[in-house]
Design a protein around this ligand. Structure first.
Ligand code: GTP
Ligand code: MG
Length: 201
């Protein structure tokens, strides 16, 4: 899919104020610093569409981007990061939860996980929560440029092993690097197919 246009629409902390249009949308979620905003820039080919930072906690709001005038990408704050207290770490910001629970336009979520790390409880719990709320999701492994191919394979296998302890099937997953443009075509192809499905109703 060719990205002809990508525009920032609105930021807010209230799902009720998100765009009213029923355009299909795709949201990126995951721990702070995992690379959600960078991935949006990589997918759209716009270097600074979404704001990124080396310090966790950069994205603080629900950010809608209109792509090709007919679908939305949504950049969300990360979970697992709290400047305030350690105990708050496990509490997903209320509006993130509300976004997923209430946003009817959401076609699928992409849960981002850093390919270098072992499966983390907070990510597994979030996937569990999505499952319990019947919210479809795929996994996007990020920062693949940081590992050699063999290590990538091993880490994905380890992830599969853990997920298959609770999930019947491994969710769809994509291996990406925003710095090396890895996985771009696969993710865009998937979104394109889902968009076409939506049009067919
Ligand atoms: P929050 O908004 O704080 O939740 O973070 P985020 O998930 O949006 O992460 P962001 O895109 O801001 O990236 C965090 C850091 O990781 C930045 O320093 C990026 O340059 C770096 N980064 C993101 N993606 C990649 C990648 O694919 N490879 C490498 N090497 N670094 C990356
Ligand atoms: Mg961000």
């Amino acid at each position: 899919m060719h990205i002809k246009s990508a525009e920032f629409v609105v930021s807010n902390s209230d799902v009720a104020k998100c765009p009213k249009s029923m355009l299909p949308e795709y949201a990126f979620i995951g721990r702070s610093n995992v690379g959600k905003s960078s991935l949006i820039n990589m997918l759209t080919g716009r270097k600074s569409l979404a704001k990124t930072s080396g310090r966790p906690g950069k994205t603080q709001l629900i950010n809608h981007f209109l792509i090709n005038k007919n679908w939305h990408l949504v950049d969300l704050p990360g979970y697992g990061y709290a400047r305030v207290s350690k105990s708050a770490k496990k509490v997903f910001q209320k509006f993130i939860t509300q976004y997923f629970a209430l946003r009817e336009q959401l076609v699928t979520a992409f849960v981002l996980v850093d390919i270098r790390h072992q499966p983390q409880p907070i990510d597994l719990e979030f996937m569990q929560w999505l499952g319990e709320h019947s919210i479809p999701f795929s996994i996007i492994f990020t920062k693949a440029d940081k590992l050699k191919p063999r290590a990538i394979e091993n880490h994905v296998e380890a992830y599969k092993t853990v997920l298959l302890e609770t999930w019947e099937d491994m969710p769809d997953y994509y291996i990406t690097s925003s710095t090396k443009d890895i996985g771009k075509d696969d993710v865009l192809k998937y979104i394109d197919a889902l968009n076409k499905n939506m049009e067919l109703g």
